[in-house]
Design a protein around this ligand. Structure first.
Ligand code: PMV
Length: 326
């Protein structure tokens, strides 16, 4: 039996997004990305390798996953076994601290926590940069969840050059996100398949890569300047361009629901009234509102005309991973 290692990783929301793979096997992205790690949503995972187990046992929120559902995690554990020489099967217990059915990205915090706990339990002592490279192989966005605060993932050309690093942590100024948790709907298309389709069919894809690279330069500066207006404006534009790729794919798809558009319009109305707030969304209907904490009341009051108070979750910048041995 190996020791039991427990890791905690927080999720992150991209401000300049990753939407397209250059190398699907190594999970190299077409462009770099920048995110903010959030305190409110995280995953805790424990891993122990055991020669008594005949196959990997994965428990997710107290329920054992079927072999089909566990496949992606087993594949990731195989990668850790190949890197470490550990040949035993693993007992993995993972718990997502994300409001049930919120549909907020959990693969980022999930694979970051699994990379950290799994590699340490297998006997590897990886640097944070190496952990970021490893987490990337589970899910692209997990690359960034190793670190806290503002984080940049360098696209890179190969396994070694594609990793994340912190841009600003801790975040010493007033910026937060309000997650608007909308009705859970079945995803029209997974992020992997969505990315594949836009890269293969959207005539705008080359323009996306060009503008995303420009956004990275501007976003780094906006974060260094602690300029909420610049961060928010860039993030909102970048997110809408990502979704425009989906609308321009063949066949077209989108992740919006009617409530998504209601939220977007509410943010635009608030801004017209002088409240400094911006929206972003990923491969799902939920909207995240970028704003300062001083405007929380005005924003939540306006949104409560459409949504219940418990659908509005206020998240602050969060920390990088932590690892403990039981
Ligand atoms: O890491 P994945 O495969 O879940 O892809 C995430 C893609 C977006 O969340 C839409 C953007 C991003 O950079 O996180």
């Amino acid at each position: 039996m190996s020791k039991i290692v427990i890791a905690k990783a927080h999720t992150n929301i991209a401000l300049v997004k990753y939407w397209g793979k250059k190398d699907p096997k190594l999970m190299l992205p077409q462009n770099g990305s920048i995110s903010l790690t959030l305190d409110h949503f995280y995953t805790e995972t424990s891993v122990q390798f055991s020669t008594h187990a005949s196959e990997d046992q994965i428990t997710f929120n107290d329920t054992q996953l079927s072999p089909v559902k566990a496949q992606r995690i087993v594949k990731f554990l195989d990668l850790i076994r190949a890197k470490s020489g550990q040949s035993a099967r693993a007992i993995v217990k993972t718990r997502n601290h994300v409001p049930t059915s919120a549909g907020l990205a959990s693969s980022a915090s999930g694979f970051a926590a699994l990379a950290a706990a799994g590699s340490r339990a297998a006997g590897l002592k990886l640097s944070l940069t190496d952990l970021s490279r490893l987490a990337r192989r589970g899910s692209g966005s997990a690359t960034r969840s190793i670190f806290g605060g503002f984080v940049e993932w360098h696209a890179g050309e190969d396994d070694l050059s594609s990793y994340a690093e912190p841009l600003q942590d801790p975040v010493d100024w007033d910026i937060q996100m309000i997650a608007v948790v909308l009705k859970a709907t079945k995803k029209p298309i997974s992020s992997t398949a969505g990315m594949q389709r836009v890269v293969a069919t959207s005539p705008y894809y080359p323009a996306w890569v060009q503008t995303a690279n420009r956004d990275l330069i501007a976003m780094r500066q906006a974060i260094a300047d602690r300029d909420l207006t610049a961060v928010g404006t860039l993030a909102e534009t970048n997110a809408m361009r990502m979704h425009a790729l989906n609308l321009s794919a063949q066949p077209a798809f989108n992740y919006f629901t009617a409530e998504t558009l209601t939220t977007i319009n509410a943010v635009q109305d608030l801004r017209a009234q002088g409240i400094n707030c911006y929206y972003t969304l990923d491969a799902g209907p939920n909207v995240k509102i970028i704003c300062a904490s001083k405007d929380t009341k005005a924003i939540t009051t306006a949104l409560q005309r459409h949504f219940r108070a418990d659908q509005l979750i206020i998240a602050q910048p969060g920390p990088g991973i932590s690892i403990t041995e039981a």
